[in-house]
Structure formats: C-alpha cells, structure tokens
Design a protein around this ligand. Structure first.
Ligand code: WTA
Length: 636
C-alpha cells in the first residue's frame, strides 16, 4: 500500500517531478495499490480541457462505501470509525465502530431501496452534525443515489433553490438542531421550503431535539422505525468510475448556485490520497475536522478521506464558543486528538479571547494542525502555531476548492518547511501555473498572477449539474485549455505559493496591484483590531481608493478613534507602503459573512461605493442584520 508517502523534501521533488513527467503512471499506481475494485480501468485518464471534458479510470467499477467500510471490517471491525461529540458537553460522546457503521449504513441503504430510491436518483440531506448525516451520505453512496447535502444553516428559499435544481426525490432532515445554547427548528424550515419543491416525494425525519413537528401524512416518516425494520446487510451497487457520487452547491458570480458534480472513482482516489499525505495520518490517530459536512471540507475530510483510510474521525455538533471559549481545546484534550483542521475565521475569533482558554488544556497529542477556506493572515497563523501547535505541530495551510474535490496546495507535515500565510507547494500530481494578463504562463518565480491548473487531477468536479456550458465558461474559458481557479497567487523565490484571494478582490490603486489579504494582514496585526475587510471604491485621482471595515477586540478602543486610524495607517505604511493606506475607515460591530465564514466583500464594496441597491440574496448570510448597521455608519 502506498500513496507515494514522502519523508523529506528530496523525495517530495522526486515524486513531484515524476507526477508531472508521467501523470498516468503516477495515478495508476495510487489507484491500483490502495482500493478494492470490482473491475480495474482500461485507461487512466481521457480529457479535453478545451471542452471541459475529463474522465478518470475509464470503465473501472467500484463502490466507495466498500472502500470506506467493508474492506476495513476484517482488521478494524472493532476500531472506532466515528466519535460523535454532542453540542452539550454533558451529553455522552458516542464511539461508533466500523462494524456498527457497517450495520447502520446497510440498514439505511435497504430502507432507501424500499422507499424506491434507485441508482442515479437525487437525495437531499439537511441535517445537523450528527452521525446520521454521515450515515445518510454513505447509505446513498452504497446504493448509487446521488447525495446533495445542504448546509443546515441555509434558509428555506436557499434550500428550495437547491432541491429544485437537482430535482431530489427524497429529503432527509431532523426535527431540530442544537447550536450552542439555541435549538433550531429544522423541520419547519423544510416544510416551508417544500411548498415550492414538487419533485420531493418523501421526507425522512431524524429525532434529535424532540421538538414538536408537523408530519405530513403520506410524505413524512420518522427515520428510526424505517431503519429498525431492515437487515444489517446490504449489497453495494456496482458503480462505474464516472457515475455521479454527489452534487454540492457553491456560490458563483451570479445569484444561482452552482451544483458541482463529483464522480465516483476519481474523487475516491483523490480524497484518500490527500488525507493520508497532508495529515501525516497513521493507524491510531484521532483526527478532527471542525467543518460542517454541508461543505466540501466536511465531505472530503470528515467523511470520505478519513474513512477511506480506516481512520477515526470526530463529528462535532457544537460551536467553538459553547459553553465556553475553550470548547475546541477541551475536545482535543478529551478525545486525544492528533490532527486538528479548522478555518481562519474560527482561529481569529478564538485568538480574540484570552489564551488562558487554550492553556487550560493538554494539547500534547496534536501532531498536525490545519487551516482551510480563506487566506490565513500572519497574526492568526502565528497565534495558531504558537498557542495551539506549540511550535511543534506544523500548520498545514491547505488551499483548495469545492471544485477541486480535495487539497491541492499545502505543506506536507515534517517535509515542507512552513512559511506563514503560504500554502507552499502543490501536492505531487497537481500542476499549478500562474498566468499573466496576456494569458501567458509566467515561468519565473517572485511573481504574481492568476492561478490555474494545467493538467487534470482525479478529484476535479466534472460539470455543473444540468449546465455544462456554465462549467466550461466559468472554469475553462478565461485561459483556454486550463482550469481557472478564480484565485490570484504569488510565487516566492523558492516556488512557494501564497493565495492572495479571489482575483476580483485585487484592487488597483494608482496603478499598483494591491491584494486585499496582505493589507488586512497588516491591519489585523494592530493589537486593538479583531478583523478587517478592505474593498476598493472609485477615486478621481487614484482610480481606486481603499475603504476598510474594521472590527475591534473591545468596543472601548473606539474612544480614541482618530489615534487608532492614524496607527492603523502607520501599520499599513510600514508593512506594505503608503500606497496601501486607507482613505476611509469604518469601525463596525461585525462583518457580513457567509455561513462558512467568508466575508462577503461584494456587499461591502457596494456600501463603500454608496450603492445601496441590489445586494442580492442576503438571507444566506450568517448575520444579515449587520448589513443595515454598516450602511448607516458609512463614511461619506
Ligand atoms: C479560498 C473550501 C487561501 C480560495 C475548501 C478558494 C483559500 C475558495 C484557502 C474555495 C487557503 C480556500 N488560502 N484561500 N488555504 N482555502 N481558499 O469552495 O479563494 O468553499 O477559491 O472550498 O476559498 O472555497 P470553497
């Protein structure tokens, strides 16, 4: 068994160069050595990047759940597959073994079949972070139904848009969800959403909060009796390598979400390979990713990647601040977590609190700590590295996207020397390039450009569900023949990549190309600042000028506003140069964020420009109320 595990930089370069010279051989070996197949492939890859057509492992037959569960049973049947840590720390954690996971998935798979769900049918899943979420995902995969998990924080209209786009037949939800001190009535959100979803024939309801719910006769069923009636044995559907595995919606430049389609074999190979290498996974590790399974990070690095490797994966139902600000650290201590993977937004919010919360707990089991989802600013990186990693557990700053299926650029722990704010080097098998404005590939280092990938990789999305034209236009047309990520990046003198943010976040001020991320970094280093977002607004002389929205660690600091503005600009001047100084600074109580924690710069840009029309759909924001407050405080 080998995933080209590398032990030092020399080996990394050896494998990397091989993967570029002979990509087919490279992936052939990984796929061949690490999985159980019904039938192997005739050809490793076929592609036409102009047409956005890519296929991997042609004619191979496989079922991903056989690889996630069945093949581990002989050796690891009694090993814990899933640790469930409930929202309330007083509720007992659950340890679900691989044997138990098999039973639960088999029973649900049988119930799905009994309900009339067949290979290729779409099933939407709208559940909190409870074991049934992972079990539902796997049960769909077992029978070849295409799962589409919808993050359980989305509003009824956002749910309906997704359900209708993929024309789901069945929806799986729960009575309610616990989130910190709150209980959210999921079922009533679904009832509202389904008023406009004609394709949904049945709704299965998991009992979690014992909230009173209305069950629609003939449509709604409690899940438990359905699975209790089934056998703990279920034949896995034989899937073609390119049969759809799941659809996951991601937002695009228009209001309509894009249903990214991932297929079976390529996604399986890629999520397993990346998990093993990037988290330096070893047999007795306890791995914890704090993302929600409603996002790609949860798909690839809570469910599929870890289970494909026979790992123990933690599913956490709660939030970092409940009941206190040390919940993450308490859970790491409690379950002896060895790998911890979270998002910069969570790191920043916890770094605002006293670090005694961290130091209260024993984090000595940690080996690797990871970051994902947005650029991690320098201050947060150091806080994470010092207080959580204790300077001994490398920080893996992992760059990737819903579209890429798995991590693409990241340090390999104990191999790639880390560098704050840099995602560093591509994984063997991944060929990133930087492109200039003339659409030429930039060969040299110490440069910046648009980040593209020039050769296909197994984990890439194959299309946008129902709209291949949009897929091709969005990702394969700006730089014909290459996959365009939409991100900008720098490459330093040794070839390390630093993601500077979405390309549309680059602001040209007086002819200088400024990324928002480095300016935000500089501002965030000011001791009073918690978080910041920079946008451009039109300026007579400079073309664009900069507007900063800033949240402070304590509201009291507002009193010396003029001094603070001066100091912040001095920080920027000394870190980047006077050119990057802000023309306007507005102190705010919060920044508008998506449910996954990304700052919605589009909205801030409009406010900065004084254009209050057409904010688009703000109901999917974590904190829609903040928008009005920011509008009112706008600096003229
Ligand atoms: C951003 C999340 C900087 C980037 C897995 C990308 C990052 C988008 C990083 C995809 C990182 C993700 N450093 N930026 N380590 N990771 N991004 O689809 O802009 O939710 O294009 O996938 O997040 O977000 P998505």
């Amino acid at each position: 068994m080998s995933y080209y595990k590398v032990d030092n930089l020399e080996q990394y370069f050896k494998h990397y160069n091989k993967s570029v010279r002979e990509p087919r051989k490279f992936w052939d070996r990984i796929a061949d050595e690490n999985f159980t197949w019904y039938q192997k492939w005739d050809k490793v890859v076929e592609f036409d990047m102009q047409e956005a057509d890519v296929k991997w492992f042609i004619n191979a037959k496989v079922n991903i759940t056989k690889n996630c569960i069945d093949r581990h049973l002989a050796k690891r049947g009694n090993k814990t597959a899933i640790i469930f840590e409930p929202n309330n720390p007083d509720e007992e954690a659950q340890h679900i073994t691989y044997n138990e996971l098999y039973d639960r998935v088999a029973k649900m798979a049988n119930a799905l079949r009994k309900q009339g769900i067949k290979k290729g049918d779409r099933v939407c899943i709208y559940l909190p972070m409870i074991p049934e979420l992972a079990v539902s995902v796997l049960a769909c995969a077992r029978i070849g139904a295409v799962h589409s998990v919808i993050f359980a924080g989305f509003s009824a209209s956002a749910v309906a848009a997704r359900v209708n786009d993929c024309e789901a037949k069945l929806l799986i939800t729960s009575d309610g969800a616990y989130r910190g001190s709150k209980t959210i009535e999921l079922k009533s959100i679904i009832d509202e959403a389904l008023k406009t979803c004609p394709t949904v024939e049945n709704v299965w309801v998991v009992k979690r909060t014992n909230t009173d719910v209305k069950m629609v006769e003939g449509r709604d069923k409690w899940l438990q009796p359905l699975v209790d009636a089934e056998d703990a044995n279920s034949v896995a559907e034989i899937m073609d390598a390119e049969d759809p595995l799941f659809i996951l919606y991601t937002s695009g430049s228009t209001g309509k979400p894009k249903g990214m389609l991932h297929t079976t074999a390529g996604y399986m190979v890629y999520s397993a390979y990346t998990f093993k290498n990037i988290f330096a996974y070893e047999e007795n590790d306890v791995y914890w990713c704090t993302a929600d399974i409603g996002w790609i990070t949860g798909h690839s690095y809570i469910v599929y990647g870890p289970l494909l490797n026979g790992a123990t994966t933690v599913i956490f139902e709660g939030v970092p601040s409940y009941p206190e600000f040390d919940r993450f650290w308490q859970v790491i201590d409690k379950h002896k977590v060895t790998q911890f993977y979270t998002a910069p937004t969570a790191i920043r919010s916890l770094a605002k609190e006293d670090w005694k919360w961290v130091d209260k707990h024993d984090l000595s089991t940690l080996k690797v700590i990871g970051s994902v989802g947005e650029p991690i600013n320098e201050e947060a990186w150091h806080w994470y590295n010092d207080h959580v990693g204790k300077k001994k557990s490398p920080v893996v700053d992992t760059w990737w996207q819903t579209e890429t299926g798995g991590i693409m650029i990241s340090p390999i722990p104990f191999v790639t020397p880390t560098k704050p704010t840099y995602a560093t080097l591509p994984l063997p098998g991944i060929q990133p390039v930087l492109m200039d404005e003339r659409r030429n590939e930039i060969e040299e280092n110490q440069t910046a450009g648009s980040l593209c990938i020039k050769f296909p990789w197994p984990g890439m999305a194959r299309t946008i569900w129902g709209d291949h034209k949009r897929f091709k236009e969005t990702y394969f047309s700006t730089f014909p023949g290459k996959y365009f990520t939409g991100d900008g990046a720098l490459r330093d003198e040794v070839g390390y990549y630093r993601i500077t943010g979405r390309v549309d976040d680059v602001i040209i001020v007086s002819g200088h190309n400024l990324g928002t991320a480095p300016i935000e970094d500089a501002i965030n280093e000011h001791p009073s600042v918690a978080e910041s977002a920079i946008v451009g607004f039109p300026h007579d002389v400079k073309g664009n000028a900069l507007y900063g929205f800033i949240t402070l660690k304590e509201a009291g600091a507002w009193r010396n506003q003029d001094n603070l503005i001066k100091e912040i600009n001095e920080h920027i001047s000394s870190h980047i140069g006077p050119i990057a100084k802000l023309d306007k600074i507005q102190f705010v109580n919060g920044l508008p964020k998506t449910r996954s924690g990304k700052i919605m710069r589009r909205i801030l840009r409009k406010i900065a420009e004084g254009d209050f029309s057409n904010f688009g759909d703000t109901t999917t924001l974590l904190n829609p109320e903040i928008v009005d407050e920011i509008k009112e405080g706008r600096i003229n």
